[in-house]
Design a protein around this ligand. Structure first.
Ligand code: CP
Ligand code: NVA
Length: 328
């Protein structure tokens, strides 16, 4: 498998074999990390990380991943560079490609990361846009595969805002890998029709199903994986909270919902998560609306079925695999 020089912008651009190759490579790199075996395969190279939105996991995974591979790293945050204000995306891409071997971008529209890649002569990696979160998906499916002996034919259910980057990307990766995908949400929060239709084509080729339903019981029956995400994503206006809470409260993943899934089902969440009152926004929501936990109950989040910290760790190994495969 040769992915050298490829961008990693969205999973629609990747085949089933390429996705599985990256997950397998991540498992090899995870083992090396655990064994303390040096893997500085990209010594002498440098990468730049462009973040127009906040991040803990993605930024740290790119930084530690790059350092483990022997590379130098520059982080450029939402302020402090010329990008977007005095310099266009196209010019930024052409400048950074003269200095770096790879460019990560987290920000707003998918068109921005696509434009960056079009004008860059080195690989560009999408660290989250409004539409897609492809590096997250590799960690998620890696975590599923660490908990079940096969991927094909499994049932993964996403409950929440079905139009967000994580839901969209889950629908894509599941349809490419032959995993049955259910989006459980009020119908105004279903993914866009064009993406559904593209994914249904992949799913048919891989003998799996894409289901959209408003009914929680129907969705989670026979599920192997329950997955949720925040109800309001980065970049959305805070004024939308009230409407989202009203729409999505019935879709919270709690003990009752979890108990309707398969007994060995696991719970996943890309994180960060509002499962208690130990966050600033969590407290503000509690003061305004009286909710102590949102998309997932604290009980489920802290339960043995919850694999969210394995999933978070796997961000490192999978992001490292993407950098290594595309830069080697
Ligand atoms: N899951 C995820 O992308 O987390 P961060 O926003 O912390 O990077
Ligand atoms: N949907 C979330 C994912 C965060 C990792 C957001 O975009 O804020």
């Amino acid at each position: 498998m040769n992915l050298s020089g490829r961008d990693f912008l969205k999973l629609l651009d990747y085949s089933k074999e390429e996705i599985l190759y990256l997950i397998d490579l991540a498992k090899v790199l995870k083992r090396k990390k655990q064994d303390g075996e040096s893997h500085r395969y990209l010594k002498g190279k440098n990468v730049v990380l462009l973040f127009e939105k906040d991040s803990t996991r993605t930024r740290c995974a790119f930084e530690v991943g790059a350092m483990d591979l022997g590379m130098g790293v520059t982080y450029l945050g939402p302020t402090g560079s010329q990008m977007g204000k005095k310099e266009s995306i196209a010019d930024t891409a052409r400048v950074l490609s003269r200095m770096y071997d790879g460019i990560e971008y987290r920000g707003f529209e998918q068109t921005i990361v696509e434009e960056l890649a079009k004008n860059s002569s080195v690989p560009v990696w999408n660290g989250l846009t409004n539409e897609f979160h492809p590096t997250q998906m590799l960690a998620d499916i890696m975590t599923v595969s660490e908990n079940f002996d096969t991927l094909e034919g499994r049932k993964l259910v996403f409950l929440g805002d079905g139009r967000n980057n994580v839901a969209n990307s889950l629908m894509v990766i599941c349809s490419k890998l032959g995993i049955n995908f259910t989006c459980c949400a009020p119908n105004q929060l279903f993914p866009n029709a064009e993406l559904i239709s593209q994914c249904k084509t992949f799913a048919a080729q891989n003998h799996s199903e894409i289901v959209l339903t408003e009914n929680v019981e129907e969705a989670v029956t026979n599920a192997d994986v329950l997955y949720t995400d925040v109800w309001v994503s980065m970049g959305e206006d805070a004024s939308i909270w009230k409407e989202r809470i009203d729409l999505l409260q019935p879709y919270q993943v709690n003990k009752r919902v979890m108990s309707m899934a398969n007994p060995n089902a696991i719970f996943l969440h890309c994180l960060p998560s509002f499962h208690d009152l130990n966050t600033k926004i969590g407290k503000e929501i509690y003061d305004k609306f009286g909710l102590e936990e949102m998309e997932v109950s604290n009980e489920v989040f802290e339960s043995s079925q919850s694999k969210v910290f394995d999933q978070a760790e796997n961000r490192l190994h999978t992001i490292k695999a993407v950098m290594y495969a595309t830069l080697k």
